[in-house]
Write a protein that binds this ligand. Structure first.
Ligand code: ARG
Length: 464
């Protein structure tokens, strides 16, 4: 329990009995929210500055509080500050220490505010910075992907549906898909900044304050874009916490999909990619093994993000307005989510830089499984004006013939094709070429080499 200079708790005049020591221990959040000390002190400095400008406190008191707060900041930064469970949280720790340093004038600091608005202000300030950090990590990953894409414009691989060979694509086109995916993740975090930019400070406990405070001033000073509109909503709202964990969960889910795909491609059955020794782990018993542990780690972490998302949603469900102690755990979830996502994004970047694409195997796999069957069907429609269903059936017959005779499309002779439909002509053989197939996918957003070169240009400009 926070005590003032006379070793009395802040609420000792009202609550006579000592707090349960068990709850003092487990109900304290100091070991988690001490991470907000800089934000807490800066917001307090701004609050006190505003109180002075509004003539709510004197110049002398303002200076004393400034001196005390700066001293505390210094003590914490230099690890000379002693955090005590008794202090409950970072706000009370700092207020307790301020009393020790400057005496009773420390009490002026809490005019016109409450811990309820203080904690959301601190957290929003912290999350704005963290959200911007995440956006920049996403950008770095996009840049890495762009570099890989550029090197693989003419790398041909099978595109899969149902993990079965479907149609030929450029590896570049596949990689660029992840630029789009991470772009959407960035947008989600950018969108979150809008709510994070509303300043909670000054709504006090829940109903506002009778002190003549200036919320526009603190808004400007703390780099928010506007003060929040409703005091009750302000201290109850943790939507921005859910938004952050949701955006992080989506991002992690994307990383997990990428990881899963790379794990499959790296498997001995596929052998489409090799992982550099930097990103594999050995086996304790099987000397030959090089396991894709980092990718498996990334895939697994998604479970932790989803868990945090469900935790926060469940904490909020059924909470009446406005502040309740239940909300205290928001910070634990936010910090864990941020640290985890930051690590995952950094690791993803490292993994991407250490993948070796096995171009030869990719091409070989693309040559199996009649990947140009759709091209063949399209060709017949265009050339002979057959309805698509008729040409689909003809193509299926050609595939059946090949399969029965153990041939690939490339091995087919024109007379064999003519036996299936005598109308079909010699230039049909061109459609079996994988390069031709890819080049022909010119519809906007398709895999044609021309398209992806244009896309690379566009992303280069955007990611500069
Ligand atoms: N440590 C508290 C939290 O993080 C700060 C707000 C406390 N407010 C209160 N009325 N007990 O939620």
């Amino acid at each position: 329990m926070t005590k003032n200079k006379n070793n009395q708790s802040v609420w000792s005049s009202r609550i006579k009995k000592n707090k349960s020591t068990l709850f003092e221990k487990i109900g304290s959040s100091i070991n988690i929210d001490k991470r907000l000390y800089k934000e807490d002190i800066n917001c307090s400095l701004t609050h006190v500055d505003m109180l002075f400008r509004q003539k709510i406190i004197s110049f002398k008191v303002k200076n004393k509080i400034f001196f005390g707060l700066n001293k505390i900041k210094n003590e914490i930064t230099k690890k000379k500050f002693i955090f005590k469970n008794r202090d409950e949280d970072i706000h009370m720790s700092i207020e307790r220490r301020l009393h020790e340093i400057i005496g009773d004038d420390a009490g002026f600091i809490h005019s016109g505010r409450s811990r309820n608005d203080q904690v959301v202000t601190d957290l929003k300030v912290w999350m704005k910075e963290s959200t911007n950090q995440i956006i920049s990590y996403l950008r770095s990953n996009q840049k890495t992907i762009l570099q890989l894409s550029e090197k693989n414009i003419y790398t041909i691989m099978p595109g899969f549906t149902h993990l079965k060979n479907a149609q030929p694509i450029s590896l570049c086109h596949y990689l660029l898909a992840y630029i789009e995916i991470f772009e959407r993740d960035k947008k989600r975090f950018e969108y979150n900044l809008k709510n994070l930019n509303e300043n909670p400070l000054g709504v006090a406990a829940l109903s506002g304050t009778s002190f003549n405070i200036d919320r526009n001033y603190t808004t400007k000073k703390l780099n928010f874009s506007k003060p929040t509109n409703n005091s009750i909503d302000t201290v109850s709202d943790r939507d921005f916490v859910v938004d952050f964990i949701y955006a992080s969960s989506m991002c992690s889910m994307h990383i997990s999909r990428l990881s899963e795909e790379l794990i499959i491609w790296n498997s001995d059955g596929f052998k489409l990619v090799k992982l550099n020794d930097r990103i594999v782990t050995g086996s304790s018993i099987m000397p030959q093994k090089k396991n894709p542990d980092p990718l498996e780690y990334l895939r697994g972490q998604t479970g932790i993000f989803y868990g945090n998302l469900v935790s926060m949603l469940t904490i909020l469900k059924g909470l009446p307005l406005s502040y309740f102690k239940d909300l205290q755990d928001d910070k634990k979830l936010i910090f864990e989510t941020f640290d985890n996502l930051k690590n995952c994004l950094l690791l993803t970047n490292e993994v991407l830089k250490n993948i070796i694409f096995n171009k030869k195997n990719m091409l070989e796999l693309a040559e199996k499984g009649f990947l140009t069957a759709t091209d063949l069907a399209d060709y017949i429609v265009k050339k002979h004006n057959y309805p698509f269903r008729k040409s689909y059936n003809l193509t299926a017959k050609i595939v059946n013939f090949c399969e029965k005779n153990n041939k690939s499309f490339k091995d087919l002779k024109i007379n064999e094709i003519k036996k299936i439909d005598s109308q079909l002509e010699n230039d049909i053989l061109k459609v079996f070429d994988l390069n031709n197939s890819i080049s022909s996918k010119k519809s906007f957003g398709g895999t044609s080499f021309d398209n992806i070169k244009k896309m690379i240009k566009k992303y280069k400009k955007e990611l500069r």
